[in-house]
Design a protein around this ligand. Sequence first.
Ligand code: GDP
Ligand code: MG
Length: 555
Amino acid sequence: MSADRAVLEAALERGEEEGGNVEFKERLSRDLHLADGRLESLAAQLRHRVLSGDGTATYVVGVTDDGGIAGISPEAFSESMDVLSILAEEAGAHIADAETWGVGDDGTDGEDSGDGIVGVATVEEGAVLDVDEDHIVVGTAGHVDHGKSTLVGSLVTGTADDGEGGTRGFLDVQPHEVERGLSADLSYAVYGFADGEAVHMDNPHRKSDRARVVEESDRLVSFVDTVGHEPWLRTTIRGLVGQRLDYGLLVVAADDGPTKTTREHLGILLAMELPTVVAITKADAVDEERLETVEREVERLLRDVERTPLRVDRHGVEVAVEELGDSVVPILQTSAVTMDGLDDLDAMFRRLPKTATEERADFRMYVDRTYSITGVGAVASGTVNSGSVEAGDELLLGPMSDGSFREVEVRSIEMHHHRVDRAKAGRIVGIALKGVDEAEIERGMALLPADADPTPVRSFEAEVMVLNHPTRIRDGYEPVVHLETVGEAAIFRPEGGQLLPGDTGTATVEFKFRPYLVEEGQRFVFREGQSKGVGTVMEVGDGESGGSTGAEDGE
Ligand code: GDP
Ligand code: MG
């Protein structure tokens, strides 16, 4: 694993000092450090370091007391992280991040020359943000600058915006965080309810504040700013497919009104079968008449896609909560500046049930990223789609490009940078695999139980909706299809020869280069240049189909 060495250098330079927040440890072992008496004193030391660092402590592992680089085996490092996480838990903290470096890389000698590593773990105050049964995850969507981040910022803090985006900074996920696909970083804006009262964040930038909200609340609501960035598509895929959202929150600014992007985002939220709420925000910035006009435009937009708009100001929150679903979309007028309408949103989020369900009991994970750890080997990471996985499990990995599946064994599982015995659906994990080289694993492959009998799929029938296309989609149209973690060129053959923008129809979709594991009911997004659309897998073929190509639609 390579990472910017500067983090390590900085920690070593600051050094271990009395009253500081840096601690050097050569290694932590279960036998020695978790023994009676020892555990308590180490947890107290950790607590002290965290407090000294205003909620954050840095543990440098694999170094001697005076900061000399010793280097330890990856197994010893992993055990050290396990022990550290137990100490942290005892001290009311958690490991927020960990990075490792090989000591051999720069000529420094480790005890275990070659394989030794040294690592830096960041320990933060508070419990880890855990996704409990009652925790709902809301994905925001809408045109840029329409006020998504501001609205969410005002909701989670309970404070008004100054009209210049004062609260939105809380919500702006950095693109690199999105790229790294860290769920913890994506579900960063959270607030909760305890005994019916909102539990707000004081300062969402402080993770310890988030931990407090998690602790105090008996109902949590977190927000993922799904489509705020370009390229929005990738983010959307992660947001909507990877993160298991419960609801969509579509934001429309009252001054601009609905735009092409609004329409597109609505299409995606609905195609992903996300029950959706529309917030017409910036109500303070326009007059009554304009607000009415925009509300009617939103209603029309919803009727165009066969949904029933429900005005919350007329029908009330109770009815909205009850009716919200596949066909009914509540609309609220809000302002982050005056806080109008936010109490209604609160009231809805306090009551809305969790909707994301597990469709399958068997273990399934689509590989998102791969890496290799010295001494451990190939690691495949991704979100566990369904079921659970345990160290020692025998799995199938594939399909390989020839359609075959490979037998592999789970060597170990890492979650939040520490080793766990078992991981269940919804978790982002790294699974170290025996029986395969890292180079053989590709994004889009799936891991599933050894007794599964998966069929590699080269082509499938789909119901597709064209959100946006300059002309029409013809036989031979070749977009990139994003399904689970698969991102692959495919050839479309619409039934009846063509599909017009705004149309819903069926098409045969054929992966251009290789098969993947595809199942009925899976949703996907496709894109090619300006054109975008969404689809649902209706029926899977058995793979090998002819390769004739029709004419590409001229763009
Ligand atoms: P996003 O791109 O959709 O996340 O939009 P932002 O949240 O960044 O908001 C864009 C701009 O609109 C900021 O300058 C906000 O201060 C402003 N804004 C957001 N909500 C409101 C509101 O309710 N009223 C007014 N007057 N301005 C708002
Ligand atoms: Mg934003």
